[in-house]
Each structure stands twice: as C-alpha cells, then as structure tokens.
Design a protein around this ligand. Sequence first.
Ligand SMILES: [Zn+2]
Length: 298
Amino acid sequence: MSCAAGPPRSPRSRRPARGAWAWSVRRLLREVAGVISPVWCAGCGREDVVLCGDCGELLRDLTRRPFRAEEQALALPLVPPAGGGEGADVELVALPAVSASRYEGLVARTVLAYKDHEVTGLARVLAPALHGAVTGACAQLHPASAPLLVCPPSTPAARLRRSHRPVEHLLGACGLRPASGLVAPTKSAALRSLLPGAGQKARGMGARRRALRGTLRITAAGRRILPGTEVILVDDVLTTGATLHELHRALAGAGAVVRGAAVLAASRRRSPGAEGSGRAASACRPTPRSSSGSARDE
Ligand SMILES: [Zn+2]
C-alpha cells in the first residue's frame, strides 16, 4: 500500500508573497547565525555537529519499529472498530495511531531541537522515522486506496514562531506530500493563538480539548475533496490526542473517512496506572473503550 500524496496545490493555497519574504529572511538569518555560532549534537552535546554518529545510530534504532500508541492518548476520538460494523451495540475504540517512537530521552531532545530550535539538518534522521510511521499506519489500517495525508494546520502564532512547518517539511523530505489547504483555523482561533498564554504545552487533557474544540474549519477545497476520501492524520508528537481529536472532528464532519493517525513520537500517559505499559502493552491491536465510561473529560 502506498501512502499518498495530497491533491495538487492551487494558486490560492500558496503563501502570500509578503509572508514568504518574511519566512525567507528569517531562515536566512538563522542559517547565517548557524555559520558563525557553534552547534551541538542534539543528543549528547558534542560540538560541531547537529547529531553525532553515535546518537544518530541510536535514534535510528529507537524509531525503526513503529507501534500502536492510541492507548496512551485518552483524548483521541472514539470510532467504530475497523470492519466491526455500526450500531448502538458496537464497542467503540480509540482512533488507531501508529508512532515511530516514544517521546522521551534522545528522541524528545532531537524532536525539540528540530521543531522549536529549527535545527533543520535533523530532518535527515527524523524524516525516515516519520515515513516508517506513515507506511506502518497504511499497512495496519488497510485503507482501500492511497489515503490523503492531512496534518493539523499551523496557527498564525506558530507561523510567527517558526520559519518552517515541521511535519510537512519531514513528509516532503521523505518523498510524501501532505494534502494542503483543506482545513484551517477558524478566524477566532487564529486570533486567540496570538494572545499571551495561548500555548497548549502546560495544559492538561481536559483543558486542551476544551481549548481546541471548534477551532478548525473546512475550506472550500476541503468541501470539494473530502467527502468519501480516506485520510490518515499525520503529526509530530502525540500527547493527549486533543489536537488529532479536533482535526478528526473537522474532517469527519466534512465526510472524510479517517482511518487513523501516524506520528513521529508518542508520550507516555502520565497517570500512575499507565506506568509500565510501554511498547509491550501497545501491541498492534485496537484498544476497546466504553463509549459511556471512558476516562475522557468531555
Ligand atoms: Zn551525540
């Protein structure tokens, strides 16, 4: 099964010229700064290299076995099991999610350096990892055709903070093209993202879900393309699943058939009951959850 590319980009979906100039200037300044400033290995701090050979080898080892990670993310949407029918008696399961790795240690440091500090040279090791998660998701979730790959859209605040779109950049680096211009933040969500304290990192699961609910809208292109189309969601880090829940809500509401998700790394659940439930417990099988008694905080 090949995972596919998104629809052709229309001229309307391209970034405005003024924004493109700002991005280009910001990236140029960062690259100049990189030339005159020392760099360190994102893993061990060794000088003059963004990732040393030892850390690169370890990272490749940590990311080469994609695994099912939905049981750790309690805010993922509940969906009927694949091939399990519909109706009131069907036991819903969390949206399947395949991760390349755990978000901890070397993986977390490398993802942070790439995403927040824009060490774009790390794409050479992170892109193959994300590619493995996407192809693993396609292999496990059996979409009938090559699915669209859809990433959560960036907020204006994220675009101001970063000169690149981390997930889209990684997909491009491994030869996959995400669909673009199908889903976007609502105007109110875009404005809120620019306010102080609007970040999600310090929020718990319930607060994240409440803050994200209704923040995405389907564009005109999305309304044309999405009905009946199979989709795999793609993101960098899976924490509570609240971001993918909102993306799923928007896409499914437009008629898309969301098969599951692929992520670069998945956090472990913080609750005491989750301790020790690592890869062995997240074997490649769906995780049944009661639709009425789940731990979700609607
Ligand atoms: Zn190193």
